[in-house]
Design a protein around this ligand. Structure first.
Ligand code: SF4
Length: 454
């Protein structure tokens, strides 16, 4: 096992984990490597080239700003979303950038930030090349990075491992079947097994504290989204809907038979609108799908009478276990497998997490995770204008309702079912690889071409 749940739930900024968070990390890492191996004083300029999906939809996803802030030393988990625009504005005005906040180099954007719309690097659709030059124009250092989804990056030539490497956990598993087998042999619910795995990496108290922190950032994001009106950036003129829906339903009686759906929808849209505005969000497992897991968690905590904080801990540990299966056996990158790898995975995670919080058996939650993905198979990634707005915001709301339905269907059964979680994960991955690349975060097909931008 190479992934911790805290690799999947990471505090960062919007709008995209693969196109914003990953590039920011890669740029910062390149800057740090430059300082260590060459020394920043010897560098006159840096050139960044974007390939494939990053080139095609990078501007809509804020990749340019992420690269500039990353080279300036910003980290996604610490960067103040409200200060990024002014930092980027200053770099553009002065045509100069302080690498890691220290030595200034030339950065003339049309020359030094290139978009290769028609080229893809061999390792992944989201490729970036960073090159540094001396005052005579000689190349000092050049590195290629891939942003492989969920904010994870891989440097060319290095093994495609997660940030944590191989983890020394007591209950390793690589498939859903192994997860269930381990849990059965050790007579543990999945959440407990995951807690023991995570507690091998840090104390149990720290694991619980981190989960609390993740939830508090998610919940704060919901609250901000419910109260922030206005038009989302990017030029599509999408007006935020969460505050309007919230105003309609906040004082409504609980007897509305459709009320539950409205609340799930409003929680998910609140997060995704904050994400689209470049606000503080948590990947779950990506930014584009960041609203689904918090929406189901908030619905559980606010509307299920027997809910508890401990139930939330179980929710996140179980959702994390399911996310790890997708991360390690398939992909959570829309540019690699379409939206089934983002919203589909988030739905599968939330369905299983909710089942665990409600006291389901391990077999029932595996079934819930399977249903959550089965009905997202084949879903493409076709954001209009390359912005994480349409269909992404609504898609999270629909996916959150689907997650709750998946959980309910599974818990009405005994855990016995025809299609296993492993089979559906394999199917998702194969379907994603077979999908034409124009349907995978390129804005070259689907809604992105059939709906006129206005
Ligand atoms: S369509 Fe899905 S995968 Fe594509 S950007 Fe939107 S949320 Fe992400």
């Amino acid at each position: 096992m190479k992934t911790s749940i805290f690799d999947l739930f990471r505090i960062g900024i919007g709008p995209s984990s693969s196109h914003t968070v990953g590039p920011m990390r890669a740029a910062r890492r390149f800057g740090a490597g430059l300082e260590e191996t060459i020394g920043l004083k010897n560098v006159r300029r840096v050139q960044v080239e974007l390939y494939g999906s990053l080139a095609l939809t990078g501007v809509g996803h804020g990749t340019d700003k992420a690269i500039l802030s990353g080279l300036s030393g910003q980290k996604p988990e610490e960067a103040d979303p409200s200060s990024i625009d002014s930092l980027v504005h200053a770099i553009r005005a002065e045509r100069s950038l302080a690498v890691l906040g220290r030595d200034a180099i030339e950065f003339d954007e049309p020359r030094d930030l290139l978009y290769h719309n028609d080229r893809v690097l061999p390792g992944h659709p989201n490729g970036m090349r960073f090159s540094a030059f001396d005052p005579n124009g000689a190349l000092l250092m050049s590195e290629v990075y891939y942003s492989i989804g969920g904010g994870f990056i891989v440097k060319e030539g290095e093994p495609a491992s997660t940030d944590s490497g191989s983890l020394p956990v007591p209950h390793p598993f690589s498939t859903g079947a192994e997860l269930l087998e381990q849990a059965e042999n050790k007579r543990l619910p999945v959440w407990q097994l995951m807690l023991e795995n995570e507690a091998a990496l840090r104390s149990e108290g720290e694991v619980r504290e981190r989960i609390r922190l993740i939830w508090s950032v998610m919940d704060a994001c919901i609250e901000r989204g419910l109260r922030s009106d206005g038009v989302l950036p990017g030029g599509l003129n999408v007006r935020r809907r969460a505050p309007r829906l919230y105003a309609k339903i906040r004082n409504r009686s609980n007897t509305d038979p459709f009320g539950g759906m409205d609340w799930v929808n409003v929680f998910a849209m609140a997060v995704n609108e904050e994400n689209a505005a470049g606000g503080r969000v948590v990947t779950a497992p990506t930014n584009g799908a960041a609203g689904l897991v918090p929406a189901v968690a908030r619905y559980y905590r606010q509307f299920i009478p027997e809910s508890s904080d401990e139930g939330l801990v179980r929710y996140f540990l179980t959702a994390g276990a399911i996310g790890i299966l997708y991360k390690e056996n398939a992909s959570i990158s829309g540019a690699e497998v379409g939206c089934q790898g983002e919203v589909g995975v988030a739905c599968s995670m939330a369905a299983a997490g909710l089942a665990a919080a409600l006291g389901a058996t391990n077999e029932e939650l595996e079934h819930a995770a399977e249903i959550g993905m089965e009905h997202h198979l084949g879903m493409t990634c076709d954001p209009i204008g390359g912005l994480v707005q349409i269909p992404c915001i609504e898609r999270n709301a629909i996916g959150a309702v689907k997650a709750i339905n998946s959980c309910r269907m599974a818990m009405h059964e005994s855990g016995r079912h025809k299609v296993s979680l492993d089979q559906v994960i394999r199917t998702m991955y194969q379907t994603g690889l077979d999908m034409q690349s124009r349907y995978k975060e390129t804005a070259l097909a689907g809604l992105a071409v059939n709906v006129k931008e206005c």
